[in-house]
Ligand binder design. Sequence first.
Ligand code: BDR
Ligand code: CA
Length: 309
Amino acid sequence: MLLDCDTGIDDAVTLLYLASLVKAGEAELVGVGTVHGNVDPATGALNTLRIFEMTGIENVPVAVGAGRPMAQDVHFAHDWHGTDGLGETHLPVPAATPDGISAPEQIVRLAKAHPGELTLVAIGPLTNLGIALLLEPELPELLREVVIMGGAFDHPGNITAHAEANIWHDPEAADLVFAADWPIVLVPLDATHPTAVGDEWLNRLAQGESDVARFAVRILEFYVNAYTATMKRRGCIIHDALAAMIAVDPSLGRYEERPVRVELRGELTRGATMWDARSLPAEDARRTVKVVVGSDVTSFQERLLATLL
Ligand code: BDR
Ligand code: CA
């Protein structure tokens, strides 16, 4: 697996989950790239290295990627993730430093080193993937699958009425990615919102005595406070972990196959993901995306908790 992320709080919990699988020999992580989004990519890389240091993950290169979107201004999600991306915990600087290569170059290099073997899991804006496609047009043939957290179909957006954050941060890059000829699994808000964790799950996590559990509780406090204000109950949505878990175990999800486009021009709808529900002749339609329309929520919540305790 190759991970592309914007290491804020749910990305960080996802890294804790993946670190646990790597240590158990249940997944192999060959690299991580960071991108603008929740925070700037240099901060995201430091957060990623902090988590690797804490969990004892070594020899996974972390590359800093695009600092801004392809065709609009950059925005960060400090209100949801803190200015440091980890809920204003301002942890010490890790000993390791990011790799010299850029994240898009790392995607191309690792895809060439493992042709047809890697699943690219993208849990941030899609700028690095878009640049990697421009750098190496044959990239789609080199990857096994791309799993993306992003988009909203029947569910409202979480930045505007129609746009979800990872797509809204760089709609042009997202549309390039959906137009490319690679197998995509898309995990939109329609799938992540029903997995919201509440009081009971958070209390069980708070009882955990491991360093990982204590760290997760500490960073989640800020995120839970931000969500609780909008959800009207204590809780949060750990969107990115659902995408990572589905990448590891596709049986967790339920799918619909649709061509997907990103709205690039609408005054009210820029950044919205649109799926085409018509049956078009093949030459008129894009390659379909496997859109996750639901998942086994209990299994997701229990498996995630078990890796954090
Ligand atoms: C996505 O946006 C980010 O804030 C989260 O990390 C997640 O990747 C949810 O819309
Ligand atoms: Ca993210």
